[in-house]
Design a binder for this molecule. Structure first.
Ligand SMILES: NC(=O)c1ccc[n+]([C@@H]2O[C@H](COP(=O)([O-])OP(=O)(O)OC[C@H]3O[C@@H](n4cnc5c(N)ncnc54)[C@H](OP(=O)(O)O)[C@@H]3O)[C@@H](O)[C@H]2O)c1
Length: 396
């Protein structure tokens, strides 16, 4: 079972590009940088539309390279910043930040398959890439490892379950491992009957019980598509088959992942549910520095529960296993359909239950092809988006 990094570790200053600095992961990353100022420095920041927050981050961290979604916002930043960084915009800007000569570590924290090209390019250019953007791994699959191998890049997972697995699997003999299990909180509809889930509103779906995250991943958590994407992500990162990755619902979100061995025993990773912890793990790997959360309060009384996911009420999870088994571009097709469907749901154009219907329809109608080159994967992504958008229009 290949692991997703080969770092030997060091104590040097790490110079970061944070792609998606204004989002939930991006702002938590900046908190970690602030706490480890002697080890981490910000060279580049990239965001989309939140120019006010990006400006404030620039004034606080003084990155030399900055990118924003549009030329108009880049001009606005040029006019309002108190210093003169390199300013870029759009997709080119993401690449300029990721590939800046002074950057050695890229935090990939933009949302959606939009992150694919910058993640691949950073790995190919030999950077350490701390990937929160699971969609790029789901879509790019083995191409991400190929890029890392070709350019000497290093892939570390920020997703809490995968950072947990990375810690559990580090140095393990792959032959001793029977399965890995990632946990799911179950989302806001864990206890709801099917009919109520089918009619869920945007507000209800955005009301996640344990994690405060961006809107796309929050909806994915309500459909359990997020867990499905994470199953594919685990398979890609650790070279596991669909039969070796399982999901356990654990509403308390304190156990993040488990590794099961052939002798029937399991090892679990436990910590508070704060994304700063896996972010710090990736940035400073292989060191374990103090913070950012208090040691686990074992002496406080608490109960943990574990249950199997219900694929009838959460069919998106089953679709992810189906796409993983099918292989090739199937995960990219599913991911693209889901991005279109979630955006349409958040715009009020389709209902909650339509998300799984759109995903199912697209996956069944568009044939998967072998995973070829990056342009071929991007082509599959575009084809699935067109199909899903057409489907949404018939429903809206
Ligand atoms: N949040 C979590 O706890 C968590 C946990 C595990 C994994 N993840 C993964 O991490 C990724 C980010 O999630 P999030 O919750 O942080 O999302 P988020 O809060 O919605 O943030 C998304 C970030 O991407 C930027 N962005 C969006 N479109 C862009 C574009 N066209 N060009 C440049 N930047 C763009 C946004 O910029 P603006 O806001 O300026 O438009 C924002 O900085 C997702 O793939 C998610 O699945 C998140």
């Amino acid at each position: 079972m290949p692991t997703c990094t080969s770092s030997t570790g060091s104590t040097e200053l790490r110079s970061l590009a944070i792609l998606g600095s204004t989002g939930s992961i991006g702002t938590s990353t900046l908190d970690v940088v602030q706490a480890h100022g002697s080890r981490l420095t910000v060279v580049a920041l990239a965001a989309g539309r939140n120019r006010e927050l990006l400006r404030a981050q620039c004034e606080a961290f003084r990155p030399r390279c900055v990118s924003v979604g549009s030329k108009e916002d880049a001009d606005w930043l040029r006019a309002t910043l108190s210093y003169r960084p390199e300013l870029h915009w759009g997709a080119e800007g993401l690449l300029a930040c990721a590939l800046h000569a002074d950057v050695d570590t890229v935090v990939a924290a933009i949302v959606g398959s939009l992150g694919l090209i910058s993640t691949e390019a950073a790995l190919r250019a030999g950077r350490r890439v701390c990937v929160a953007n699971k969609e790029s791994l789901v879509v790019g699959g083995a191409l991400m490892h190929e890029a890392a191998l070709a350019g000497g890049g290093e892939l570390l997972p920020v997703d809490s379950e995968h950072a947990a697995l990375h810690q559990l699997l580090d140095g393990r003999d792959p032959a001793s491992i029977r399965e890995v299990r990632i946990t799911a909180s179950g989302g806001p509809f864990r206890d709801w009957p099917l009919a109520r889930i089918q009619a869920a509103t945007i507000q209800e779906a955005l009301n996640h019980p344990t994690w405060k995250m961006g809107p796309k991943i929050t909806i994915d958590s309500a459909t359990l598509m997020n867990k499905g994407l994470e199953v594919i992500e685990a398979s890609v990162l650790f070279g596991l088959s669909a039969d070796q990755v399982a999901v356990t619902v654990h509403p308390q979100s304190q156990v993040h992942a488990m590794v099961g061995f052939h002798d029937g025993s399991y090892q679990l990773q436990v910590c508070a549910n704060d994304m700063k912890l896996p972010i710090q793990y990736c940035l400073l790997y292989p060191e374990k520095q103090p913070g950012p959360v208090a040691p686990y309060p074992w002496d406080e009384a608490r109960a943990w529960t574990f249950e199997a996911p219900d694929l009838d009420r959460f069919p998106c999870l089953g679709l992810a296993f189906q796409a993983l088994r099918e292989g090739g571009t199937a995960p990219a097709l599913l991911n693209a359909a889901n991005e279109v469907a979630v955006a349409a749901f958040l715009q009020g154009r389709i209902g909650f239950w339509d998300i799984q219907a759109c995903n199912q329809e697209t996956l069944s109608r568009i044939p998967a092809r072998p995973l070829g080159s990056l342009p071929e994967v991007l082509d599959a992504d575009r084809t699935a988006r067109r199909h899903a958008e057409g489907w949404v229009q018939t429903r809206a």
